[in-house]
Design a protein around this ligand. Structure first.
Ligand code: 4AD
Ligand code: MG
Length: 480
């Protein structure tokens, strides 16, 4: 006999039919005449209520039915009186699969802080919140592939171990098989990388873009969806050392085409969640309302989760240049006490996330696509504009998040590209293969990167990026 998933029972279980369910106990309430067990198996946020008669089910079994224990229960579905569900299960037989000592099990049925749950990342998927987040995350993975597949894009796997630093930011994790306590040295006394596994220095990829560009220059429209790694020592709620990135790259697209695609994709992903994750999103929305209930009006969000999601699908994104944005920020008074200090430096400074969020949340009140950034704060591969000062870059800014997408039209002109690389100290000999696409059949092309966890932050309303990936990697954290 196969187990039936609780999702299926709650959606279409028929009164009078029998069922075998397996799962983890969330709570148990018991008196002389009856025991109620709330069972969850991860297939849905909702628990199935099991009803057991202590006179029929052995007392020693019921005693071991504690929060966190895993059980199998066989019984009959009946119409539910009060559990908030259509059906519940009258237990005929019960088996304990795995006990959970109530003295030791860390996840007791009470409210735990996010900080505490991060310390038990191996158990936190058993909470309502993390169950919801990881189901939504799964749906988003599928939606990404569906979006691009429906458009005829090819999914390309790019290497995880590389010899290049695509963003040129020098924040790579080194990959080596050399014995750190006994590294081979060259005659000049330097580390002899020729004796390493790949006979050269290698690192984990920070982006699949460069290889994605090669693929686009042959297959037309491609996308990557893989893990990326950055050793930036930023302990923020928006940065991970290991995160997943979606990087489409399109031959013959200019910056406008690029922005159109990114906007369509972001709206599609949010709509997909609204259509397919209704229960989990409602739970996450209610949770957010509850968390803010006791805050002062001024500290509460302008909008709650569901409204933010609808706001993104209902509003065309605002498109403005960096130069226009700087003017707006300079002339704005975010509040009486504080000024955007760095703006004193003026044109050319990079935007901080508080400036990005001001533009989105307070000024335009819709998602913003910022274009044409100063070339000195952007990567070497971005296409240079005629003004000699800016590049055809675009960042997409979201409420509550700031930058969610970064992209650009790529520099397809060989001379411009190599000159820029020289200026920025990027060794062109090592990127000879990248430059070959400009040597042979070069063509205008564009692409962007969506930080998957930032997208999940937005869609779930979670506030810390450590809480939207099962096992977050941040400075000092690689336990599980
Ligand atoms: O802006 P970034 O660095 O752009 C690139 O890597 C390009 N190669 C993308 C491309 O054009 N193909 O990163 C892209 C996105 C950011 O907008 C952000 O959403 C996310 O990746 N991101 C991070 N997410 C989590 N943790 C980090 N440390 C991140 N760094 C960037
Ligand atoms: Mg960026």
């Amino acid at each position: 006999e196969k187990r039936t998933k609780i999702l299926d029972i709650l959606q279409s279980g028929e009164v009078g039919s029998s069922a075998l369910v397996k799962g983890w106990i969330r709570t148990k309430r018991q008196n002389k005449n009856v025991a109620f067990i709330a069972l969850n198996d991860g297939s849905t946020l909702n628990n199935l209520q099991l009803v057991a008669d202590p006179n029929e089910i052995e007392e020693s079994l019921l005693r071991r039915c504690t929060t966190g224990a895993s059980i199998a229960a066989r019984g009959e579905l009946v119409a539910s009186q009060g559990s908030g569900q259509k059906v519940e299960l009258i237990v005929k037989s019960l088996e304990i699969l795995g006990e959970a000592d109530p003295e030791k099990y860390p996840l007791q049925p009470k409210k735990h802080s996010m900080e505490f749950l991060r310390e038990i990342a191996h158990l936190r998927p058993r909470t309502n919140t993390f169950g919801a987040v990881f189901r939504v995350r799964h749906a988003m993975i599928y939606a990404v592939h569906k979006f691009f597949n429906d458009k005829g894009f090819y999914n390309i796997h790019t290497p995880i171990i590389t010899a290049s630093d695509a963003e040129g930011a020098g924040e790579t994790f080194k990959v080596t098989t050399l014995d750190l306590n006994n590294v081979p040295k060259t005659e000049e006394g330097k580390v002899d990388h020729e004796q390493d596994f790949f006979e050269r220095e290698t690192n984990l990829t920070v982006s699949g873009q460069l290889e994605g560009e090669l693929a686009a220059m042959a297959l037309g429209n491609i996308y990557t969806f893989g893990p990326t790694f950055r050793a930036e020592n930023s302990n923020t709620t928006r940065h991970l050392a290991e995160f997943w990135m979606i990087e489409p790259e399109m031959a013959f697209y200019d910056l406008d085409d690029n922005a159109d695609l990114a906007e369509e994709m972001l709206q599609y992903l949010v709509q997909y969640a609204l259509d397919n994750c209704a229960d989990d999103l409602k739970f996450l929305h209610d949770r957010e309302v509850e968390e803010n209930k006791n805050k002062k009006e001024a500290d509460r969000p302008d909008m709650y989760l569901m409204d933010r999601l609808k706001f993104v699908v209902d509003n065309a994104f605002e498109r403005v240049t960096y130069t226009e944005a700087i003017d707006i920020l300079r002339n704005s008074k975010p509040n009486k006490k504080k000024k955007f200090n760095y703006l004193i430096e003026g044109w050319g400074a990079d935007l901080q996330s508080e400036h990005e969020r001001y533009l989105v949340e307070k000024h335009f009140k819709k998602p913003v696509i910022l274009t044409d950034y100063p070339k000195d704060i952007k990567a070497f591969y971005m296409r240079q504009n005629d003004d000699d000062k800016t590049v055809a870059a675009m960042d997409i800014l979201f409420p509550g998040i700031g930058e969610i997408v970064g992209g650009a039209q790529r520099e397809e002109r060989m001379d411009k590209l190599t000159t820029r690389m020289e200026e920025m100290g990027i060794p062109s000999e090592e990127l000879w293969w990248y430059l070959d696409t400009r040597r042979f059949g070069s063509a205008p092309h564009s692409g962007f990167g969506l930080g998957f966890e930032r997208m999940i932050l937005f869609v779930t309303g979670m506030t810390n990026i450590r809480d939207v990936i099962p096992f977050p990697r941040t400075p000092g954290n690689a336990e599980f």
